[in-house]
Design a protein around this ligand. Structure first.
Ligand code: NDP
Length: 407
């Protein structure tokens, strides 16, 4: 039985709190802390109602290292689960080193004034974590997270060498709103408006955002969607740790309605992340936009449909070409019935809980800073099946894999 400290009481934090509370034999004492204490208390009340368990709550500004390390010491936490925002990654890693606690998150650090998605800043902590005998796990959500684990598991069980990787993230859900993002609007819009980068023959190739797209039909009648190639952070760590990969691409589905709204918002300057002067004070347009958009944590009540996220992987096994598709399908309404959240928060929060479980109960917590694919994938894959995100793996022929056709 271990003590954990969850930081961030948003859509993802709510799922993590519920799923940890459902495993008392691993997560013995849970504290949920965020900037706004009332959000933690509301989640704690829901957890109590659904699971019968009490979780402690606290107020903390995770940008402040001393404040956070004091809270870590007070709670006696062995592991800090960071589901606040990527901006807090480095201060939370510092707080963990100061207080003597392991660390994990679901998204890589990005500076507030620069939408740059790189592991560089967090990889630089490698030596400090090693010297302190502490462990950090980076990116234990779905993508990054499960997509890294799918790739590592495929390499262990299906391939001698992986040559191509296509990660396809489809959200076939409908929330009934004119425009909303599935997770934190500021982080989401920074991500989707960034230039696309994909890995080809030993280097990242940059193309304009949303300029490459194609149709994709999901298995199990989730439907057909237009998917757009974009940059996603797991590409950086996967091509580093699996150097046989010749091409790696990430694709995400967007509805024409989402893209229409995004285009207008971009054209009028509402997605800018540099400060503008408004009535005597400086505001960041994208942060103001977040304040007027629906809170993704509230979308659960109205969201219907399913997500389908998976990897098409090709390579060689025993000298012969091979291709597989590994995927999970998740139902928005089933997630809401279980933990009161839609599937995007659920598909992030469940792998965060499983990553935490691996760190507390397996050999994952070795000293240093690690990406998911650097750990053995088997226990995590088994836990996905057990804790709400069952997956399937099917073989494809080479032609189908090249066309991203999985039926
Ligand atoms: P939300 O905006 O819903 O929640 C973020 C929470 O963090 C809020 O409760 C907020 O508190 C809190 N927070 C922000 N700044 C601070 C701070 N300085 N100190 C303490 N708490 C703070 O975001 P989501 O739940 O949608 O996303 C959480 C994380 O999950 C993000 O990093 C996101 O990038 C990541 N994510 C990862 C995915 C994956 O598959 N890997 C997919 C989706 C999301 P308050 O409300 O009081 O301001």
């Amino acid at each position: 039985m271990h003590k954990v400290l969850i930081i961030g009481a948003g859509g993802v934090g709510k799922v993590v709190a519920h799923k940890c509370a459902m495993l008392p034999e691993v997560f013995g004492e849970i504290t949920l802390a965020s900037r706004t204490l009332s959000k933690c208390k509301a989640i704690a009340a829901e957890v109590k109602e659904r699971t019968g368990r009490d979780i402690a709550t606290a107020q903390v500004d995770a940008d402040q290292v001393a404040e956070t390390s004091e809270l870590i010491r007070k709670t006696g936490a062995k592991l800090l689960i960071n589901v606040a925002l990527p901006y807090q990654d480095l201060t939370l890693m510092d707080a963990c080193l100061e207080a003597g606690c392991d660390y994990m998150d679901t998204a890589n650090y990005e500076p507030k004034d620069l939408a740059k998605f790189e592991y560089k800043w967090q990889w630089e902590y490698q030596e400090r974590f090693q010297q302190a005998g502490r462990s950090a796990l980076l990116g234990s959500g779905f993508d990054p997270g499960v997509t890294n684990i799918f790739t590592a598991w495929a390499l262990k069980h299906h391939f001698d060498e992986i040559h191509t990787l296509d990660i396809i993230d489809v959200n076939g859900g409908d929330h009934g709103q004119a425009f909303a993002t599935n997770f934190n609007p500021e982080i989401n819009i920074r991500e989707v408006t960034a230039a696309c980068r994909h890995w080809e023959d030993g280097q990242f190739v940059e193309t304009p955002a949303m300029s490459t797209h194609q149709g994709f039909t999901c298995p199990e009648e989730v439907g057909s969607y237009e998917i757009y190639r974009m940059y996603h952070e797991e590409l950086e760590s996967l091509v580093k740790h699996i150097p046989t990969i010749k091409r790696a691409q990430f694709w995400m589905s967007f509805s024409p309605n989402y893209l229409k709204h995004l285009e207008v918002l971009q054209n009028v300057g509402m997605t800018r992340i540099d400060p503008v002067s408004y009535q005597g004070q400086e505001i960041i347009p994208l942060q103001f936009l977040k304040a007027v958009l629906p809170d993704p944590g509230d979308l659960g009540k109205t969201t219907q449909g399913r997500t389908c996220i998976g990897n098409i992987i090709t390579g060689i096994r025993d000298g012969k070409p091979k291709a597989i598709y590994i995927y999970n399908i998740c139902d928005h309404e089933a997630c809401f019935a279980e933990v009161g959240s839609q599937a995007i928060s659920y598909t992030t929060g469940v792998p965060a809980m499983i990553g935490a479980k691996q760190m507390l109960t397996s050999d994952w917590a070795k000293p240093g800073v690690w990406n998911m694919e650097q750990h053995d994938a088997d226990g995590f894959m088994a836990d996905l099946n057990e804790h709400g995100l069952p997956w399937k793996c099917i073989e494809l022929d080479a032609e189908a894999a090249a066309k991203l056709s999985v039926l």
